[in-house]
Design a protein around this ligand. Structure first.
Ligand SMILES: [Zn+2]
Length: 73
């Protein structure tokens, strides 16, 4: 049985930085409400990600099939 892949919208005040952008050396600070946590195959990935990176992580993990992504508040 396949695990769950989904994005979880971050909540809270303040700003965070996309972990993937940061690893690429790109400065991408954003308000928490614009950042996401990523669950791939039931496993919560460390860090928070901008929407674009979160989508790419999910697409990579699911072979490009991203139509079953759930966004949660
Ligand atoms: Zn990013």
């Amino acid at each position: 049985m396949a695990g769950v892949n989904k994005l979880i919208k971050c909540t809270g005040e303040g700003q965070g930085q996309c972990r993937r952008c940061s690893e690429k050396g790109k400065w991408n600070r954003a308000w928490m409400s614009f950042l996401y946590q990523v669950v791939i195959n039931d496993e919560l990935k460390h860090g928070v990600y901008c929407y674009e990176c979160a989508q790419e992580l999910l697409a990579g993990a699911t072979g490009g099939i991203i139509n079953n992504i759930k966004e949660e508040n």
